[in-house]
Each structure stands twice: as C-alpha cells, then as structure tokens.
Design a protein around this ligand. Sequence first.
Ligand SMILES: Nc1ncnc2c1ncn2[C@@H]1O[C@H](COP(=O)(O)OP(=O)(O)OP(=O)(O)O)[C@@H](O)[C@H]1O
Length: 227
Amino acid sequence: MTRTIDLDGVSVDYGNRLALRSVTTRLDAHRIAVIGANGSGKSTFARLLNGLELPTSGSIRVHGLDPVREGKQLRRRVGFVFTNPDAQIVMPTVAEDVAFSLRGRGLSKSEIAGRVASVLSDNGLADHADAPAHSLSGGQKQLLAICSVLVTEPELLVADEPTTLLDAANTRRIADLLAGLPQQVVLVTHNLRLAERCDIALLFDGGQLIEQGNPADVVGRYEREFA
Ligand SMILES: Nc1ncnc2c1ncn2[C@@H]1O[C@H](COP(=O)(O)OP(=O)(O)OP(=O)(O)O)[C@@H](O)[C@H]1O
C-alpha cells in the first residue's frame, strides 16, 4: 500500500480569495503536523485530502487516488475529524452513532456490532455505548467523533484542530490516541506541543507552504516569525 500524499502546483481559489497558492509537496511520513497563522490555508489543505475541497488548478494524489475523479473511493479511505464534534454526531446514542459510519458497507449486523464494541472499548467509551451522545463531555464527544471515523478503518486520518475545544487532560488524551494510531495522520493544530510530537511539520503562510521538515525546526521558525 502506498501512503504518499502528492500535491503538484495546487491552488484553491474561493472566488475572491486565493486560499492555497501553488502548493507542491510529497509526504510519506507517518504523522504530519500542519501549522500556521489564522487564515494561512491549513484547513483548505486538510480538506483537499479527502475531496471536501477540490483544487482550482494543479493535481493531487492521496494514496494513489485522484480526489477529482475518485472522490468516492478516496472518502472511504480517508477519515476526517472536525474541530467541533457536535457537527459530526448524527445519531441518538454513542453506539448508534459509531455504527452509522458503517452503513452501506455490506457488513452484517453482528460484524457492525463487533467493530463498534471494539473501537469503543479501545478508546474508553465502552461504558457509554448506550448513553445519549449529546450527554457526553466535550472530550468524550471528541473521542466519539474519532471512534466514528476509526471504525471505518481509514488508511489516512485527517484531523482539523481536534483539540481546540478541549481542556489540558482531554487534549493529552486525544494527542496520545492520535500518536498511537498505525495509520497515517495529518493533524492541523495551533497546539505547537502537539505539532512537535509529529514526525514532520508543514508551515503555511498566506496560502503558501513555506517550510516542511523537522517539527522542532518548523515550530521554531513559526514562533520566531509569527508569534
Ligand atoms: N468557503 C470559503 N469561502 C471563501 N473563503 C474561504 C472559504 N474557506 C476559507 N476561506 C478563506 O481562505 C483562507 C484560508 O482559510 P483556511 O480556513 O484554510 O485557513 P486556516 O489556516 O485553516 O485558518 P484558521 O487557523 O483560522 O482555521 C482564509 O482567508 C479564509 O477566509
């Protein structure tokens, strides 16, 4: 399996705003942090990776798939976690919400129940399986949102500021969870400590990818030039 993300001259123009400007990169690291100031293009970059956004020009391959022509297959292989878990919770109970992600995949009821129980147990939510999803704490909701993505066994997990709404303990919990995943992870974050725990970091400025490399070096430049 190739786990390379390739962008060649990718720009995204929202009409009156060039959100990404001719970004070219090749990424095969396990955990990739994406940092930069507000409005620098991080979320746009993340959203390109599962076809939520399409390039205005240039080309992309994510694990060999072209989001323009193969968007459906891509979305089955790339899981996306949003900042606000409430935006992702769609079913009344925790277990039902996780199971919902597996609809249309041709799995039997018992296979679905098995996968749901396993992901909830791996992430400390087994005791909440039958609880109303909206009764969970903020940190538990973010765990649930991640479980709902992980249950689909994605090859790539893209998380757009998944710890922004969380306190220190829950931030650590999500950070540890992401750090322990076997699949490739792209983490957009303003939390520079989380960025430093990744294998590589990308720094965006004004829609341009201005640096890519060792996270400590990239974070250092960001702090010197943008803080
Ligand atoms: N749907 C949209 N329509 C028009 N402009 C947009 C849209 N989404 C983003 N933009 C603009 O594109 C630029 C890049 O936005 P993006 O959300 O990618 O930045 P970001 O680095 O993720 O910012 P933040 O740290 O604030 O989340 C910004 O100027 C933003 O206002």
